[in-house]
Design a protein around this ligand. Sequence first.
Ligand SMILES: Cc1cc2nc3c(=O)[nH]c(=O)nc-3n(C[C@H](O)[C@H](O)[C@H](O)COP(=O)(O)O)c2cc1C
Ligand code: SF4
Length: 428
Amino acid sequence: MTTETRIALRNVGRIDPESIAAYAAEGGYQALAKVLAGTPQQVVTAIVQSGLRGRGGAGFSTGLKTRFTSEATCELTDCMHYLVCNADEGEPGTFKDRLIMEGDPHLLIEGMLIAAFAVGARQAFIYIRGEYHTAIDRLRRALRAARAHGYLGSHILGSDFSLEIDLRLGAGSYLCGEELTLLDSLEGKRGHPRIKPPFPAEVGLFGQPTLVNNVETLAHLPAIITNGSQWYRRLGTDTATGTKIFTLSGDVTTPGAVEVEMGIPLRALIEDFGGGVSHGQRFKAALLGGAAGTFVPAADLDTPMDFEALKARGAVLGSGAVIVLGHRRSVADILLSILQFFQHESCGKCVPCRVGTTHLVNLAAALGETPDQRAVALDALLDQARCMAATSLCPLGQSPILAIESALRHFRSELEAPPMATPGEGTP
Ligand SMILES: Cc1cc2nc3c(=O)[nH]c(=O)nc-3n(C[C@H](O)[C@H](O)[C@H](O)COP(=O)(O)O)c2cc1C
Ligand code: SF4
């Protein structure tokens, strides 16, 4: 039986999230004191050596991104570095950042203080999903308490380091979770993506070097500083160190969030923590990573949950969403709702995605009655998604190919079968 290893969730459900004293009693803000006694370069080195990779979906090295941002310069006379915490959490099936912000807001604040010190930021923002009312209230209170105790503001803990953290509320656009779109939204503009490169580390918020990190990523920093990079590296796998929060939903007996070492087999997540597939169903697939994710079939249940092992199987880890589908689910129905999601969230800026997402929905909604008709429609779906992946301006238009390709790779015969042949279509 696999057990949890909690880093980002270690205080959640155990301490009063509204009490800074309760956080301090668990060793809170000691990592901040430790970094302030050293140099920003030492913090960058510690993050690089920990092997931590971003938990927001892309899995890029957090240490390298922190180093690039800390070393970036700009031509403005008043050049300053920014830190932005991405708390938009719009990926379907993902609810891990909310748990951290609601259950342990000071952990996020301390993680942000460490990251801001590393890159030399004096101003930071938390861009938070506007519907997260409890998290917003608790973060506001926690920021006030941190300021009152000398952990925020000018000359933090008597040092030369000063930082302000402000909250900004998102307005419900999935695309605004994409880092460059988020920066435009933070600047008060309409949430449209920018062309990449340049990356935010070079040209970020208001054109200045900016580190954008996910909530869960930042929540790992205090433990890395306190316990050391080598301690962190011993957790997880060689290419995916540390722990990860997985959010289990769909046809699973006990949905919820678990934090475990990277590399846990998908089967253990579903059986040991999720209590198995619900309503007496057999396992059909898991949609890993949400809408911008991939279908994983029963044959891959023993694949370790780490970036590279999943990639080798044509799957993605993404944000850690694990949406379980029992045997009575129709893959065609799930695929259609994913494509409708992308159609709804497309910002319309570029033609391949604006027109393409609607075309995908039309194709998936009317696959045809005979296997031949359906085979033709499925090939057209694949062609359209490939074209979008090659020509769309931003990752949103490049994402539908993931679900389509994996659905066709593993469930082509089911998708080609006439609709009535799918047993118990819809909700079990
Ligand atoms: C359409 C889209 C939506 C995204 N939504 C989020 C989000 O809600 N939260 C998040 O942290 N990252 C999201 N990302 C990933 C961010 O662009 C970025 O990679 C991440 O915030 C970087 O932080 P990390 O390195 O700590 O993972 C999204 C990406 C795309 C393409
Ligand atoms: S790919 Fe889609 S979401 Fe991205 S810019 Fe183009 S229309 Fe907008």
